[in-house]
Design a protein around this ligand. Structure first.
Ligand code: GLN
Ligand code: ZN
Length: 765
């Protein structure tokens, strides 16, 4: 009898109860014991749901008070000394949340993206001074709880040692084995205690195995899993991979474990090819991740059944577990609560709960035969067909236009020639100053938007309010002495949602939240149809701002790749195709801005980097279409029109050629927190277009002084051409207060003035 399983279930709750509980506890509105009570309730409700739906192998211990990497670090006693806990027992919440969020005395641990998802984990610090120890056996506690409360024979979930060590920081690569040796005995203890307790299956996550691992990692794997097999021979280990196909398939398949979990959604091609070429070991169970754990669409179940049958040729039927391709953490909880979506769209959605149904159904089909579930399979196909019939799905004009322009590089002259034309036109001073786009979204701004959304304010009243904000900030920017102004983005909540609401092809859920980091959840738009331009989206505010000043006002758009990467997208078109549609729509906005007299236009692409494929060999193709999408959006303006772009991260080294190929006239990037590193990249790569390295960190309310920023500028000018250098903050200022923003910008303009004076002195010498 085939069974179904998932690799994890969203922890946030259908109504974000989890988030609310955490935040209430942090704010002191919930006692610690109450927090434990609420979270236990949520946890058990989830388990009960999985049990009732009929999931055969239920994960336990994937639930978290914040993040699973943080849990693992806390369990293994990898707690930086600055959090003041070196005791023996379970880590107190003060230290646990201290690591996640910082305390008055200690800065938080770093947070970074979990592979290529939008989920962020807390990066463990493997500091030599730390003595790892098992503070608590978390999987064991989770296993017991599920058994005692609900009679569930759960599958404890653990982050595997290789992935844990590789994703940690604070040690030299040459110390990898030292750290594995220090941690292995703790893992062994966890497993032995689970074995003694009677646990059957345990899922050990090693997503690192889908990346380009090194030769040494293969022997490390043998060492780790060999040790586990001999220490806890009674335990069945499902070595779980996800997010792509496994590299080194043959080595992984030969490890002494009871099951291998493979991703047949994102990793379909590669994993299937490996399986076809090398077969599947006869002594193992195949965790068949055939239901996409990251997409939001109903699966074509007949199709998936065919796939499962093919897999059953490699590992026979009773050695298959029908699974999600990864944890369901990356999709919203349920589509059942959506009321505002078109019927055909809503019916085609499969969030976490709907995926559970699909998995259970496929497992039944596999055991009982297709006939027994023929009706359900047909129903699934029917809903997908209905979605396909929506007229939004296919716009002939968009398809034709995109086909015609997909190879276009733009009609502009090369930058070297545009540069003089733009200098002539704009007559900007050396080292021009500007900002990244948004100004503080004060309570007043948020309140106005609320009233307007609720219908208490009409359109006129709201736009009058927005104009008032623009007026005020245009005056302020002139007074501060900035050279290139912005309108301030007061009309926008979120840089993707704002455009999504105005373009065709998008839908918005009322409850489609997913965890981004800690208690922060995001509600990505859904791109379900062909994306298309309807009406100008930003021309009104931008042209108004320009009418209030003689200095140039920079128009502000979100780029095609960022809109794509921060949305849920349809799965019947490639991501590349969707990016081109978005690019074509944005081109029309860029052209509308230019026609309205806006001569500088910034197209933000902060999310380009996070779409980078996990495997090195696939990156070139991605960057190639990402660059082309940007050029489609921006490449038709006049040579004198200045195209800006902005990206807010600093690991650039590997991306500089692609960034240059985007052919923007000016790029601004975040740099203040990693200045040295970033500047180093420019020593080896000569960037030849306009560039602004952020001279102050906008994540903190602290007002940096002139000296600090002048030093930053100085250092940058040692490697970058002053004639191409811009001065700006790291990112948008919407989360900052008004006073601090004005004070910081005044200092920035002073620092620019000093640097200018110094530069012209030097050039005279
Ligand atoms: N223009 C946007 C802003 O200033 C850019 C935001 C971003 O980079 N994430 O808010
Ligand atoms: Zn930014």
């Amino acid at each position: 009898m085939a069974i179904g399983s998932v690799l994890g279930y969203p922890r946030i709750g259908a109504d974000r109860e989890w988030k609310k509980a955490l935040e209430a506890y942090w704010a002191g509105r919930l006692e610690e014991s109450q927090l434990h009570g609420v979270l236990r309730q949520i946890r058990l409700d989830h388990l009960r749901k999985l049990q009732e739906i009929g999931v055969g192998l239920i994960p336990v211990g994937d639930f978290s008070y914040y993040d699973q990497m943080l849990d693992t670090a806390a369990m293994l006693g990898v707690i930086p000394k600055r959090f003041g806990y070196e005791g023996r027992g379970a880590v107190p919440l003060s230290a646990y949340y201290g690591m996640a969020r910082g305390t008055k005395e200690a800065v938080a641990c770093e947070m970074t993206k979990w592979f290529n998802t939008n989920y962020h984990y807390i990066v463990p610090e493997l500091d030599r001074g730390i003595e790892p120890r098992l503070t608590e056996n978390k999987p064991l506690a989770a296993y017991r709880e599920a058994k005692e409360a609900l009679g569930i024979e759960g599958k404890p979930v653990l982050v595997g040692p290789l992935t844990f060590v590789k994703l940690s920081k604070g040690y030299e690569r040459s110390e990898t084995d030292v750290w594995l040796d220090r941690l292995l005995p703790l893992y062994v203890q966890v497993l032995q205690e689970l074995e003694r307790e009677g646990a059957v299956w345990i899922q050990i996550d090693e997503p690192i195995l889908v990346t380009d691992i090194e030769e040494e990692d293969v022997s490390r794997l043998r060492r780790i899993y060999g040790a586990f097999a001999s220490a806890a021979p009674g335990l069945k280990i499902m070595l779980q991979t996800y997010f792509e196909s496994v590299e080194r398939y043959r080595d992984v398949a030969a490890l002494p474990v009871s099951g291998i979990g493979l991703d047949f959604a994102q990793g379909l091609e590669g994993n299937l090819a490996s399986l076809r070429e090398y077969g599947f070991p006869e002594d193992k169970v195949l965790g068949a991740g055939v239901i996409d754990g990251r997409g939001i669409w109903k699966a074509p179940l007949r199709d998936r059944l065919r796939l499962l049958e093919e897999l059953a040729d490699a590992a026979d039927r009773d050695r298959l577990i029908v699974q999600s391709s990864c944890s369901l953490l990356h999709v919203p909880v349920t589509a059942a609560l959506e009321t505002r979506l078109p019927e055909e769209l809503k019916n085609a959605l499969a969030f976490a709960d709907e995926k559970l149904d699909e998995i259970v159904l496929l497992a039944r089909a596999l055991s009982l035969g297709e006939d027994k579930v023929a009706e359900e399979l047909e129903a699934a196909d029917h809903l997908i067909r209905e979605l396909g019939r929506l007229e939004e799905r296919y716009r002939a004009d968009v398809r034709e236009a995109v086909d015609a322009i997909r190879q276009e590089q733009g009609s502009r002259r090369p930058f070297a020639e545009r540069r003089g034309i733009q200098q002539e036109k704009w007559k900007l001073p050396l080292l021009p100053t500007t900002t990244i786009g948004s100004f503080p979204q004060t309570d007043e701004v948020r309140r106005a938007r609320r009233l307007w959304r609720k219908g208490e304010w009409d359109e006129d009243r709201y736009s009058e309010f927005i104009r008032g904000q623009i007026d005020e900030w245009i005056r302020l920017q002139e007074d501060i002495g900035l050279d290139v102004l912005v309108h301030g983005e007061f009309e926008r909540t979120d840089m993707v949602e704002f455009f999504g609401e105005k373009l065709a092809g998008f839908a918005f859920t009322s409850n489609g939240w997913v965890q981004s980091y800690g208690s922060r959840c995001v509600k990505p738009p859904i791109i379900y149809g062909d994306a298309a331009f309807r009406n100008p989206m930003t021309v009104g505010e931008t042209a108004y701002a320009q009418s209030r000043t003689d200095r140039p006002v920079k128009g502000m758009l979100t780029g095609p790749v960022t809109i794509l990467n921060w949305s849920f997208v349809r799965d019947d078109l490639s991501r590349e195709e969707i990016a081109f549609q978005l690019a074509y729509a944005l081109r029309q906005e860029v052209e509308a801005l230019e026609a309205a007299g806006i001569g500088m236009i910034q197209v933000d692409e902060p999310a380009v980097r996070e779409g980078l494929p996990l495997k090195e060999r696939q990156r070139g193709a991605y960057l190639d279409w990402a660059v082309r999408a940007f050029r489609i959006a921006t490449g038709t303006v006049r040579d004198e029109t200045q195209i800006h772009t902005h990206m807010c991260y600093c690991e650039f080294r590997d991306m500089l050629p692609a960034i240059e190929a985007m052919d923007a006239d000016v790029i601004s990037i975040e740099a203040s927190r990693s200045h040295g590193e970033l500047i180093g990249s420019f020593e080896t790569f000569a960037y030849r277009q306009g560039i602004g390295l952020g001279v102050y960190d906008i994540h903190s309310p602290r007002v940096p002084d002139v000296r600090e920023m002048a030093d930053m500028i100085d250092r940058a000018l040692r490697v970058l051409d002053p004639g191409l250098f811009w001065i700006n903050p790291d990112c948008g200022l919407k989360t900052r207060g008004r006073e601090e923003t004005v004070a910081a910008l005044r200092n920035m303009v002073k620092a620019a003035g000093e640097a200018r004076a110094k530069s012209s002195e030097e050039s005279q010498r």
